[in-house]
Design a protein around this ligand. Structure first.
Ligand SMILES: [Zn+2]
Length: 164
């Protein structure tokens, strides 16, 4: 993946940001573009006509390089979400870790009442519900609409536990 080349394309970078709902420094920055069946954001990194390069990349891996430069993720490591919201694009919510770290955290957190990983809709259903709420909300109702969309996946009514 020619990261340096991609990151230097102003059009590509602008298009990435056009799919990100940037919010406060501690909040999740929701992705409004394509999603995988695990709720991760997908970004078609090349769209200009006449290009032969093509490909869809995980959006958080594109965003991670935007934040840190065209670094390679060390073998055996993954870019993890501290917030456990797979579509989140807030660079402050990403950290490097192993798949083992990821699995261990997921196993312990999915038992927390009201947690993202306990969402009855699954990760993709949760991500789609947030996208639908963002699309339908007026700007002044956005925070409330997102909070309601998140809460709807945890019928017990408990609020989300703070993790960091
Ligand atoms: Zn987040």
């Amino acid at each position: 993946m020619p990261w340096a080349e991609l990151l230097a394309e102003g059009e590509t970078v602008a298009r990435y940001w056009s799919h990100v709902l940037r919010r406060g420094p501690d909040e999740c920055w929701w992705w409004t573009g394509g999603l995988t069946d695990t709720g991760h954001a997908t970004f078609r990194a090349v769209s200009l006509p006449g290009r032969t390069r093509r490909g869809t990349v995980p959006a958080h891996l594109f965003g991670y390089r935007l934040a840190h430069g065209p670094v390679s993720v060390p073998r055996g490591m993954v870019v993890r979400h501290r917030c456990d919201e797979p579509p989140c694009q807030n660079p402050a919510h990403w950290l490097l870790g192993t798949r083992g770290d990821n699995n261990r955290d997921a196993a312990s957190r999915r038992r927390l009442t009201g947690h993202a990983l306990a969402d009855v809709r699954g990760a993709a259903g949760r991500a789609r519900a947030v996208q639908a709420a963002i699309a339908a909300a007026s700007p002044e109702d956005l925070d409330q609409a997102i909070a309601a969309a998140l809460a709807a996946g945890n019928p017990s009514g408990a609020h989300q536990d703070a993790l960091f």
